[in-house]
Design a protein around this ligand. Structure first.
Ligand code: SF4
Length: 354
């Protein structure tokens, strides 16, 4: 039989989520922390460290598919400063947590939100929207700010001692730090600004995927996380910048992708994905081969010295082909700048507000 818990806690790895769980454990509650993962947030590898360091039980939960679907279908509550749909993000996590409650015997949910801490997702009105739309009104306890909120059935019944809950408010971290001290937490996680969707560098990568890939999948967004992202119309080229990118990109290549490598020299990994399910024309592969070679100092030096084309291997659908190229960049294959999508994002936000 599955181990039973009193409550499930949303756990990001940030200080507030640690404190919320520990505060309830101090009341003798058995808490299972849910750590949600997707292309945009979550760190499976950190789970054993967090469990050891903070004395928590943590279950990683992959919500990539439903999250990508939500992101790409105009989130009802709009975006924050970049592509972060914070309110709908919380709603989706709460709904998932609620769906897991029966399996773990949990009677309520916990989250570490602090009233007034973040402009978008932690204002009183948005906290109420999250509670309402995730249908967790009577079961979601926010222990760090509970005294600013009406008591839940678990508080009224005495199962949770309301007097031991807190009334934190605003952006300051002083009270959280003294609470951490009380719990003997010495490794304090740095205050995070949010997930990858809040970063402009990443927003511009994801925006192209959202605009140009029909029904983007988690795989598309995972791939967009790595290396250079060059686009020419619907042809998408990912080129690793460093060894770690090359290794990660391999995990996300698909049967229908074209994989390009420079022959005879160390080569960045290069994945070409045609977002319209059409073959990539040979002349475009020639240009992409040139671009790929231009990112290799050794290939460039070879071409300058020997005046011979650099050999590029192309794998596609189990076939291998070779072409010779001159290392060169082409302007039509370019990375989007955040400034270029800013207006489009603002328009999107305006349309949603109307
Ligand atoms: S910052 Fe990212 S993970 Fe955090 S609530 Fe916003 S969208 Fe969700």
């Amino acid at each position: 039989m599955m181990k039973q818990y009193d409550a499930l806690a949303l756990f990001s790895g940030g200080l507030d989520s640690i404190l919320a769980a520990r505060l309830m454990m101090e009341q003798g509650k058995k808490i299972l922390c849910l750590h949600f993962t997707s292309p945009f947030f979550g760190d499976n590898a950190a789970v054993p460290f967090w469990e050891r360091k903070y004395g928590l039980e943590i279950l990683p939960v992959d919500i990539s598919d439903e999250y990508c679907q939500m992101l790409c279908s105009n989130p009802a509550n709009g975006f924050g400063s970049a592509l972060n749909p914070c309110v709908d993000c919380k709603i989706i996590m709460m709904k998932k947590a609620k769906a897991l409650m029966a399996e773990y015997g949990a009677k309520f949910l916990i989250s570490g939100e602090v009233l007034g801490q973040r402009p978008m997702s932690q204002r009183r009105d948005t906290l109420n929207v999250i509670r309402r739309d995730a249908e967790v009104r009577d079961i979601l306890l926010r222990p760090l700010s509970a005294l600013h909120m009406e008591a839940l059935p678990v508080e009224l019944s005495g199962e949770v001692d309301r007097e031991k809950l807190l009334g934190l408010y605003g952006r300051g971290r002083k009270e959280q730090l003294s609470l951490a001290k009380r719990f003997n937490i010495v490794d304090i996680p740095t205050a995070g600004g949010g997930c990858k969707l809040t970063e402009k560098e990443n927003a511009r990568r994801y925006y192209e995927v959202m605009q140009k890939v029909r029904k983007p999948s988690a795989n598309d967004f995972f791939l967009a996380n790595h290396g250079r992202q060059l686009w020419n119309g619907n042809i998408w080229v990912s080129i690793g910048r460093k060894q770690a990118d090359n290794e990660q990109m391999r995990q996300y290549q698909k049967e229908s992708d074209y994989i390009l490598r420079i022959e005879h020299f160390p080569s960045p990994y290069c994945i070409v994905r045609q977002t319209e399910n059409k073959p990539v024309p040979a002349e475009e592969l020639q240009l992409i081969g040139s671009i790929l070679a231009s990112y290799s100092n050794k290939a460039c030096a070879f071409f300058t010295e020997k005046k011979e084309p650099v050999s590029i291997k192309i794998e596609h659908n189990g076939n291998l082909e070779r072409i010779g190229v001159e290392p060169k960049r082409y302007e039509q294959y370019r990375e989007l700048r955040f400034e270029e999508i800013k207006d489009a994002l603002q328009q999107l936000k305006k349309n949603m507000a109307e």
